[in-house]
Design a protein around this ligand. Structure first.
Ligand SMILES: Nc1ncnc2c1ncn2[C@@H]1O[C@H](COP(=O)(O)OP(=O)(O)OP(=O)(O)O)[C@@H](O)[C@H]1O
Ligand SMILES: [Mg+2]
Length: 144
């Protein structure tokens, strides 16, 4: 099956759950196991939350973009923002690295995404934004 959608979402924490639900509903067509669906939901939430929480520190009317593609059994989820960017990506992906410790962030978002998805690409440019491309092959639940 080949399918895809793209959405533009206002960067508000209120929109995380709604966006995650859209992604997981769309992925049901791939027949994921409950465990796989949980991994997709968690990874989506972490990437979306990052874009909302970290990309726009000065506030204002900001947007994030989510695109999901299904190509045969391959799922690709792209989360993009037009924010401040990530200065040091290799540092950002370290477990427990956070620039928001004071707001109860534990620095585990990228670690979770990396463990749940097969391939993760982080493309980021200072003051231009960040694009997270997450890929997962959804093999039949009965084979997992
Ligand atoms: N979209 C983004 N734009 C700018 N900086 C980002 C973005 N995503 C992540 N970062 C930076 O990378 C760091 C690590 O992200 P990660 O998701 O691993 O941890 P966290 O968001 O700080 O904590 P947690 O995800 O556990 O709540 C963040 O603290 C932030 O500095
Ligand atoms: Mg995070």
């Amino acid at each position: 099956m080949n399918n895809q959608f793209r959405m533009k979402i206002k960067a508000l924490t209120e929109n995380v759950a709604f966006t995650r639900s859209c992604i997981s509903a769309f992925c049901v067509g791939l027949n994921p196991s409950l465990e796989q669906l949980d991994e997709i939901k968690t990874s989506s939430s972490e990437a979306i939350t990052n874009a909302i929480v970290h990309a726009y520190p000065t506030g204002g009317d900001n947007f994030i973009y989510v695109e999901v593609r299904i190509e045969d059994t391959n799922l690709t989820i792209i989360v993009e923002d037009e924010g401040v960017g990530i200065e040091d990506i290799s540092q950002a992906i370290q477990p427990f690295f956070t620039t928001k410790a004071e707001e109860e962030h534990s620095g585990m978002g990228f670690t979770l995404i990396n463990s749940f998805m097969d391939k993760v690409d982080i493309i980021s440019t200072k003051d231009k934004g960040t694009k997270i491309v997450m890929q997962k092959n959804i093999v039949e639940s009965t084979n997992v």
